[in-house]
Design a protein around this ligand. Structure first.
Ligand code: SF4
Length: 430
């Protein structure tokens, strides 16, 4: 058997893509190894949405080119820079379009002289090989994006929005539950417009309700909801369905109307304020995550202060902030406005992070004395458990560090009395 060393870069959507490709490779008769020295070939599932991610993908290719195993490159960077990869990276033995598992198998068979491989029929998310922590998994419900934010390369990389059929997603959820998954995190470029392109039309709210009917799944979490698509149907389902976490990730990117317009976003400060007010009124313990970009064209001191004040006013539970990255091929580069210096972008990012640090500290202090249901993610050398509450998403948000007299396993739930907090984490005992 030939073994493949698989490298997965980029976002949670790409993690799911990698898991589906790894599943297809194993069904085709390849092994997947954890030590590159055992590998007959290396597959790198790249990310390509911003320069930094492209550079990381190139560095990874060059790093593995020091070995003898042929390198096959797939993923988003292929859709953005296929010709450049073929021309400028001779280290690459083959290039395969994202999510094209049958071509990936064919290229590996060609490179490794393998015959009689079983070729995958379709993209098979339902039987993917999980790479996430025990007890949790992402479910990618759609590909692509119909928005046209001026700074973003994703629509050009992944194409227009295409929802997956609900039946396929449900089969996947049932399969995941059978494999011990208790928490599913629903992802896409924009989860909130799920189902609008299907016939018959359906909605994210309807899909979440269907997933909540799957025995074994206890927590369902929604990421990447576009502000303008968050309607009462969705809010009510999140509020009323006991399996859906009172958690919502709503990337806003900015809060100044001038900058939002230049970003090509359909939202305004007023519509965002109204949305977060409604969410907090209807779901009083909701945990709201967002992401922000600093230093976009048109962001002067006034616009930045507006953003900073907005962060202090809304008090997001979780917040990620990125410096604007000029990307070739995006509409933003033809706005004809002087760029904000990289130094200023960075300084503003730090200012937002500092403001958010005190907001987060204040929110977590409010949880001291409460009892929280915690999903165990790992066990420390000192015997303490590390987990997450409903208010924390995997890989990005904070943790609960706690002790317990019971012997717990990763993937178990435990009720924890919170006795202390810091800026991002909670501490307690079962
Ligand atoms: S919503 Fe905007 S930022 Fe997000 S993937 Fe679509 S175009 Fe990009």
């Amino acid at each position: 058997m030939k073994h493949i060393y698989f490298v997965s870069l980029g976002c949670d959507k790409n993690t799911v893509n990698s898991e589906a490709l790894i599943g297809a490779l194993t069904r085709a008769g390849f092994g997947v190894c954890t030590d590159v020295l055992d590998a007959s070939a290396v597959v790198i599932n790249t990310c390509g949405f911003i320069r930094e991610a492209v550079q990381e993908s190139i560095d990874t290719i060059l790093e593995f080119s020091e070995g003898d195993a042929p390198i096959v490159v797939t993923g988003c960077m292929v859709n953005r820079y296929r010709e450049e990869i073929l021309k400028e990276l001779p280290e690459v033995a083959a290039v395969v379009s994202p999510n094209d598992s049958s071509t990936l198998v064919a290229e590996l068979c060609r490179l490794l002289g393998v015959e009689g491989a079983v070729y995958p029929r379709t993209e098979d998310y339902e039987n993917r090989i999980l790479t996430t922590m025990v007890g949790q998994a992402y479910i990618k419900i759609a590909e692509g994006c119909n928005h046209r934010c001026t700074y973003c390369t994703i629509p050009a990389i992944t194409g227009d929005y295409k929802s997956r059929e609900p039946e396929s997603i449900l089969r996947e959820a049932v399969n995941l539950a059978k494999r011990g998954v208790r928490e599913v995190t629903v992802v896409a470029q924009d989860t909130s417009c799920y189902g609008a392109d299907l016939s018959p039309k359906t909605s994210l709210a309807a899909l979440l309700t269907q997933i909540s009917g799957v025995a074994g799944i206890e927590w369902i979490r929604v990421m990447y909801a576009y502000p303008d698509n968050i309607d009462d149907e969705l809010i009510n389902v999140i509020r009323d369905n006991p399996k859906i976490c009172h958690y919502l990730d709503v990337p806003i990117q900015h809060a100044s109307d001038k900058v939002l317009r230049l970003m090509g976003r359909d939202t305004t400060k007023e519509s965002l304020q109204a949305l977060f007010k409604k969410l907090r009124e209807k779901i009083t313990d909701i945990s709201i995550r967002t992401t922000i970009i600093t230093g976009f064209f048109g962001e002067g001191k006034e616009e930045f202060n507006e953003l900073l004040e907005f962060v202090k006013e809304v008090k997001f539970d979780k917040l990620g902030v990125f410096e604007y990255s000029e990307e070739e091929g995006t509409a933003a580069l033809s706005l004809g406005i002087k760029a904000v210096s990289e130094k200023t972008r960075e300084k503003r990012k730090e200012e937002i992070m500092l403001a958010q640090q005190s907001v987060s500290g204040e929110i977590l202090r409010g949880k001291v004395g409460t009892t929280q249901k915690v999903l165990v993610e790992s066990i420390r050398a000192d015997g303490k458990y590390v987990g997450r509450t409903y208010a924390d998403c995997p890989e990005l948000d904070g943790n609960v560090i706690f002790s317990s007299d019971r012997t717990l396993c990763v993937g178990d739930f435990e009720y924890v009395k919170i006795c202390a907090s810091d800026f991002y984490d909670l501490f307690g005992s079962a």
